[in-house]
Design a protein around this ligand. Structure first.
Ligand code: SF4
Ligand code: SF4
Length: 376
């Protein structure tokens, strides 16, 4: 079977901070709120079944909510189970996406020893980060995140940075770039925020516009090329570069189908995608059905194929091969089931691919000729 990775939400949507733009605040309450915790029974079933699929690389992406709310012992048990149920020589990759608030010396020792790749959410310098990333008392969280980053550096934890682009930081690409590069990580990821208000009608004020997103991406591309693509990975750019070199994307946004991973919620329910945790796209429960059956079921195949439903604009677009209409969540924000709609970010993609294409081609040529050494 086609290998897939797991995106696991052991504490569901539960979180120890209260970001204004939180994904969960813009979704119906039925998907669950408050304290949610994965039991040891669910954890063991998940790891046992998945490891026994014997994929060359078993990929576990722990996310939330805030996954560190599970406590360190939960992750120690998970790693023990991966060893117990894996075959000798089977590679395991663990990544942990976190707001970093709870990371201390004990966590850092464990993360380093167990070779977790830690993704830390930070939105830029203090004034930008604290604008939306606040705790339940309304206080900014930047100081606590920076303390955790220091701790990670001290203990040699490999970390990357995830920055959510919103209406504030998107206006300052140079300041954001300088700040993030100064943190000493080699891996950055930018996610453009687009959420509708709770009534589902209007794009929220904190979302980015396509024009702002295009401006930001073009400027970050300039800075990246100037800084040195061999020294810094930017997730979207890496995927585009991979496309130019190998013909394949590394992220689902621009892939042909939505089939790279499955989501497992705290109680064992599996879904097609993090952005579509809703009854229609529920695959079943890992406690009742083997995970390989869930990953190959009709609902999953239907969801994956939906990405190939493209609007007429996409079908004649010069960027179709590299863009594939973008992520389905950005195609259907105003009409949940209409995956054949034009992407909210279409104009941003067009501008960016026009601007960036020649640069990526040059970098790809440098890689192919050996002038540039770069992992993809
Ligand atoms: S740039 Fe726009 S029209 Fe072209 S493929 Fe992407 S989403 Fe479709
Ligand atoms: S909907 Fe978007 S995030 Fe989900 S699998 Fe498809 S491209 Fe990826």
């Amino acid at each position: 079977m086609q290998p897939f990775t797991l995106l696991i939400k052991p504490s569901g949507s539960d979180c120890n901070v209260d970001c204004t733009y939180c994904f969960y605040k813009c979704r119906p309450a039925e998907i669950g709120r408050g304290r949610q915790r994965m039991s040891e029974e669910v954890l063991e079933k998940l790891i046992k079944d998945y490891m026994q699929l014997r994929f060359p690389l078993a990929g576990f992406a722990w996310q939330g909510g805030e996954p560190t709310l599970m406590g360190l012992d939960f992750f120690k048990k998970a790693v023990d189970m991966q060893k117990r149920y894996g075959r000798s020589g089977q590679e395991v990759g663990n990544s942990l996406q976190t707001n970093a608030i709870l990371l201390d010396e004990n966590w850092c020792r464990f993360l380093q020893e167990s070779k977790f790749l830690v993704g830390i959410s930070i939105d830029g310098p203090k004034e930008m980060h604290d604008h939306y990333r606040i705790d339940h008392s309304g206080a900014g969280t930047w100081d606590r995140v920076m303390r955790a980053i220091d701790e990670c550096r001290q203990f040699g934890v490999e970390f990357n940075i995830l920055t959510l682009l919103n209406d504030v930081n998107v206006l300052h690409p140079d300041k954001v770039f300088d700040f993030l590069v100064g943190l000493g990580t080699r891996f950055l990821q930018f996610i453009p925020c687009v959420e509708l208000d709770a009534a589902g009608g209007e794009v929220t004020d904190f979302s980015v516009t396509p024009e702002q997103y295009a401006d930001f991406q073009c400027r970050i591309l300039d800075r990246w090329v100037e800084y040195g693509p061999a020294k810094l990975s930017i997730r979207d750019f890496d995927s585009i570069l991979s496309y130019y070199v190998t013909g394949r994307h590394t992220i689902c946004t621009f892939d042909r189908q939505c089939s790279q991973y499955i989501v497992v919620e705290h109680q064992g329910d599996a879904y097609c995608c993090d952005f579509f945790v809703e009854p229609k796209w529920r695959l079943g429960s890992i406690m009742e059905t083997p995970i390989e059956k869930l990953a190959a079921c009709g609902v999953k195949r239907k969801f994956a194929r939906n990405k190939t439903r493209l609007c007429s604009k996409c079908l004649v677009c010069r960027h179709l091969d590299i863009c594939r209409g973008g992520c389905m969540k950005d195609r259907a924000p105003f009409d949940k089931d209409n995956f054949g709609r034009e992407s909210y970010f279409c104009e941003a993609y067009k501008r960016f691919f026009d601007y960036a294409g020649p640069r990526f081609m040059q970098i790809a040529a440098d890689i192919n000729s050996g002038r540039l050494s770069r992992e993809l």
